[in-house]
Write a protein that binds this ligand. Structure first.
Ligand SMILES: [Zn+2]
Length: 286
């Protein structure tokens, strides 16, 4: 099995998964058809499936274009997203699976970012969409904080340490700046931030990560660590998670700084996500 990250839009990743035994390939979260099609042609593989981790436009935007070029593609997503994913053919849920050539995928349901968010797991690799990022996690748009906490810490957190994590956006540097803000004394965070800055300065990707790395540096998987707990105001790990997630929504580089010209920034204390464009058009977690 080979996995090829394909940068799309401004900071999304689609992933081409190639089964080298059969030459069949599947694409995870094609934001756009064109860059994906280019890689499919370069690699000389037969695209047979689209694997959508959730329904957001920047993860399914290329479905229609790819279906036009490759009629008959299987399009997988969570059962509840059947009406929200273009070309949807096969509904999946917790514990389900799919086959791509000789590859067998398991499916984990991890609601929170959206209610139908899923992760595809194959050969020690997990494709997490906007649920788990390197050093961060997606915004909680459709579920509850409690739900997202469980999805990250119990569902994805139940995978082995050496699981490779292929995430949906290149947010790693900013996520680590936030991680440093939460845990200024965490040497692993400082070291990773220095490494990531070098990687990004060289124009390279930070994907994939590993679960072991995330357990050391991702504040959303560290809600029981003393520093994170203190920063989050204490309480249960899920409460700490909710507090930290709220803090991240307001962290530098978040929507208040990215509003279009002529759009008034929300007044201090106002909920950032209460109005304006629907969640599907908002940033997943800047
Ligand atoms: Zn999303």
């Amino acid at each position: 099995m080979r996995t090829i990250p394909i940068p799309c839009l401004s900071d999304n990743y689609a992933y081409l998964i190639v089964d080298e035994e059969t030459g069949q390939a599947g694409i995870v979260d094609p934001s756009e058809a064109e860059p994906v099609e280019r890689v499919v042609q370069q690699e000389g593989v037969k695209l047979t499936a689209i694997l959508n981790t959730h329904h957001h436009w920047d993860h399914i935007g290329g479905n229609k274009g790819l279906l036009a070029k490759h009629p008959g593609l299987s399009v997988y997503g969570h059962t509840s997203d059947s009406g929200r994913i273009d070309g949807f053919t096969d509904g999946l849920d917790m514990g389900g699976g799919l086959t791509l050539g000789s590859l067998k995928f398991d499916v984990l349901h991890n609601p929170g970012h959206t209610m139908g968010a899923i992760t595809f797991v194959v050969n020690g690799c997990a494709f997490t969409g906007d649920t788990l990022f390197a050093a961060g996690c997606g915004r909680v748009f459709e579920g509850t904080m409690e739900m997202m906490y469980k999805s990250l810490n119990e569902v994805l957190g139940g995978l082995p340490d050496d699981t490779k994590l292929y995430f949906g956006h290149e947010y790693t540097e900013n996520n680590l700046r936030f991680a440093e803000h939460v845990e200024p004394d965490n040497a692993d965070v400082q070291q990773r931030l220095a490494e990531v800055r070098k990687v990004r300065a060289a124009g390279k990707f930070t994907t994939p990560s590993t679960l072991a790395k995330e357990r050391k540096t991702n504040p959303f998987l560290r809600c029981e660590a003393a520093g994170v707990k203190a920063k989050g105001g204490g309480g249960s790990p899920a409460q700490v998670f909710g507090a930290i997630r709220g803090m991240k929504d307001r962290f530098r580089g978040t929507p208040s700084r990215r509003l279009r010209c002529g759009v008034r920034a929300p007044s201090p204390g106002a909920p950032l996500l209460s109005s304006g464009s629907p969640p599907s058009r908002q940033r997943s977690d800047p």
